[in-house]
Ligand binder design. Structure first.
Ligand SMILES: [Fe+2]
Length: 214
């Protein structure tokens, strides 16, 4: 169902943050469309139980802006947020989520309607600032071609959330945002590039794993 329109000002801080620091390309989603797309909140992780996405602590400022936006405008329960940046999703039904999702697009673009390809609501929807709440796991949908800068947010609930994931928070410390998983601050640990470390000798195994030899 189409929701009331959201004022443009609600998206300004998100646009500024995404322009200053675009999303990383998500190499796992290449087959599902073109562009940049990352998930925040609780996500399914390959071979591990679902938990907070690394994006939450890699981009704590962006995650805080998403939480602030949700607190004001997203009236459905959700566990997870996908942020798309110039991402043209090919025809698909969502997988791994349950119930209604909240979808809204913003930015300076033309075209880019969301097309629902089946069901009672079949048709093209201009979702720029005008959210759509729908169970996208039951309806084939796609993004039509667009020109300009198109962003979208999807708030949804994933299946099979394990017990015991503590609540998260984002605190401002010394002018920087820090993501806390419960009481534990999370930060991106920088890996040293083996190639530039003269002290050690490295050898690449057939499994593409760096092994250290002293
Ligand atoms: Fe989708």
């Amino acid at each position: 169902m189409t929701q009331p329109s959201i004022p443009a000002i609600a998206f300004e801080a998100l646009i500024k943050e995404l322009q200053e620091r675009p999303l990383a390309e998500n190499r796992y989603r290449i087959s599902a469309g073109i562009g940049r797309s990352q998930a925040f909140g609780i996500v399914n992780r390959r071979s591990l139980p679902a938990d907070y996405s690394r994006q939450c602590w890699l981009r704590p400022k962006l995650y805080k802006l998403l939480l602030d936006f949700a607190a004001q405008y997203v009236k459905i329960p959700w566990t997870s947020i996908t942020v798309n940046q110039n991402y043209q999703a090919a025809k698909h039904r969502d997988k791994g989520n349950v119930g209604d999702s909240f979808l809204v697009a913003f930015g300076s673009y033309t075209g880019g309607e969301l097309e629902l390809l089946e069901g009672d609501l079949e048709g093209k929807y201009n979702i720029q600032h005008t959210p759509l709440v729908l169970d996208f796991s039951k309806t084939y949908h796609q993004v039509l071609p667009f020109q300009g800068e198109r962003y979208s947010l999807v708030f949804y609930t994933i299946k099979n959330i394990p017990e015991g994931i503590p609540p998260c928070s984002i605190k401002e410390e010394d002018g920087k945002y820090v993501f806390y998983r419960g009481s534990e601050p999370m930060s991106a640990k920088r890996k040293k590039k083996p190639e530039t470390n003269q002290e050690m000798t490295f050898s690449r195994t057939t499994g593409s794993i760096w092994v250290r030899f002293d």
